[in-house]
Structure formats: structure tokens, C-alpha cells
Design a binder for this molecule. Structure first.
Ligand code: KIV
Length: 265
């Protein structure tokens, strides 16, 4: 795999080639993802739940993301490395710049991801102006779980669908280089993917996004909690972790994953 850049991902979108993305938190999994051809690796704050056993992603700290990003970066060769900005670490432009500095300088991240739409535009603009590539995250926002009242599908009524679409357009205009859409109806995700120039990566957002992302422990069926509807245990049909990751890559590229059973209407 050639070195993955934001320009290369936009080219994949233009050519209709699906982008594969998975989370990773350590060097060994990262090397396995690279071997399978996964183009984008996310050090997600999901590590709070799958590594630390926390109830939510909220307790995860910047230092913890830096540590796991360093681990992942040591196992990385050519995939693009994104690190999550933890809860409250971008509550002002100043905090966001400090957090991004740590994630990129100390962790080795090449892009940072943050949750939210219109309210985050000044942060996205300033990060972009300072050379920090930003991945937005709309739809279900795990860091706002207490505000949302649970992990629920978002954008089901016309008003919230409109607001998610407007946020997506505004994030791109503010300089975001990629967007994750989580748990939204597939028709909305399709519309947003077709509207934006930047790649839209779905998780529980149907097959028409420009790419897919899953939490790696979910797609191996080892997450110590319920399996989300939108995920699939790829280890079940294969004989090893490398084969399971390869099956995920193949299924995303062939658009056989996500299928109707993993999709919200
Ligand atoms: O934290 C994470 O792993 C994420 C993915 C679910 C997209 O944000």
C-alpha cells in the first residue's frame, strides 16, 4: 500500500473506491491492519470502553490518547493515522490547539477527530489554519451520550436530518478533511456523501458512504458488551484475526458490508 494521504482519500472517493478504516490502540493490531490493506487507522476514544472497561468514552484523557497513538504509530507504515480529541479537550480554541499539538507532536497523529457540528466551527477553522487536518464526527456523538440520553440513532426526523446535513456542509467549509457519520439513516448518509467533496466514513450509516469504520474489537466479536446492530463479527466466519481483518477489507471494498441488517432506515 502506498502512503495514504488526504489527497489520496479524496481521489478514492472520486473514483468510487471504498475507504477502509478501523480503530487500533496498539502496535501489533496496527501491523495486522496494515498487512490487510486498511487505509485509515483511528486511535478512537472508544479505547475507554474496550481497553479500559469504562461505561462511556468520557473519562479518556489526552495523555492516554497520546500514549496509544504512540503505540499505534510504531506499528504503522503507510496508513493514515487519526487520533481522537477526548471529551472536553477542545472546549475552547486554545484547548483544542494544545490538544492537537500533543496528539501530533508527541503521539505522531496525522489528523485529529472531534465530535460536533456548528458549535465546533471556530475550533475546526483554527486547527485547519494551523496546519492540523481535522476529521469531523456527526450523528451519534458518544461524548454527548448523557445529553442525548443514550446511544440512539440520530437524524430520523426531517429537522434533525436537515441540521446534520447543514453541519456536515459547514464542517467541510471550515476546513475539515474527512467526516465520520455515526448511526444515521442510510438515506441521509447517502445524501451527505454525495454532497460533500471530502470523504464521508460511515459507522451504522449504511453502504453509500465513501468508506466504513468499525471498532476493531467489535468486528472481532470480543467487545465485553453487546454487539451494536451496525457491527459484524468477521472472526466468526474466518480462522484468524488477520483473515477476519482481510474479510472486512474485502467486504467494504465489494460493498457487501454493511448489509441491510447492519443499516438503519
Ligand atoms: O472512538 C471511536 O472508536 C470512534 C469510532 C466509533 C468512529 O469514534
Amino acid at each position: 500500500m502506498a502512503r495514504v494521504t488526504t489527497a489520496a482519500l479524496i481521489q478514492m472517493k472520486q473514483q468510487g473506491e471504498k475507504i477502509t478504516m478501523l480503530t487500533s490502540y496498539d502496535a501489533s493490531f496496527t501491523a495486522a491492519l496494515e498487512d490487510a490493506g486498511v487505509e485509515v487507522i483511528l486511535v478512537g476514544d472508544s479505547l475507554g470502553m474496550v481497553i479500559q472497561g469504562q461505561e462511556t468514552t468520557l473519562p479518556v484523557t489526552v495523555d492516554e490518547i497520546v500514549y496509544h497513538t504512540q503505540c499505534v504509530n510504531r506499528g504503522r507504515r503507510n496508513a493514515l493515522l487519526i487520533a481522537d480529541m477526548p471529551f472536553m479537550s477542545y472546549s475552547s480554541v486554545e484547548r483544542a490547539l494544545d490538544t492537537a499539538e500533543l496528539l501530533m507532536k508527541e503521539g505522531g497523529a496525522q489528523m485529529v477527530k472531534l465530535e460536533g457540528g456548528a458549535e465546533q466551527l471556530p475550533v475546526v477553522e483554527q486547527l485547519s489554519a494551523n496546519g492540523v487536518p481535522v476529521c469531523g464526527h456527526l450523528g451519534l456523538l458518544p461524548q454527548s451520550v448523557h445529553k442525548l440520553g443514550g446511544y440512539k440513532v440520530q437524524g430520523r426526523d426531517a429537522e434533525s436530518a436537515h441540521s446534520i446535513k447543514e453541519d456536515a456542509i459547514a464542517l467541510e467549509q471550515a476546513g475539515a478533511k474527512m467526516l465520520v457519520l455515526e448511526c444515521v439513516p442510510s438515506s441521509l448518509a447517502k445524501e451527505i456523501s454525495q454532497t460533500l467533496t471530502i470523504p464521508v466514513i460511515g459507522i451504522g450509516a449504511g453502504p453509500d458512504c465513501d468508506g466504513q469504520v468499525l471498532v476493531v474489537y467489535d468486528m472481532l466479536g470480543i467487545t465485553p458488551r453487546y454487539m451494536p446492530k451496525f457491527s459484524k463479527n468477521f472472526l466468526e466466519e474466518t480462522n484468524s484475526v488477520p483473515e477476519a481483518i482481510a474479510a472486512y477489507v474485502k467486504a467494504v471494498k465489494a460493498v457487501t458490508f454493511p448489509s441491510a441488517e447492519h443499516t438503519f432506515e
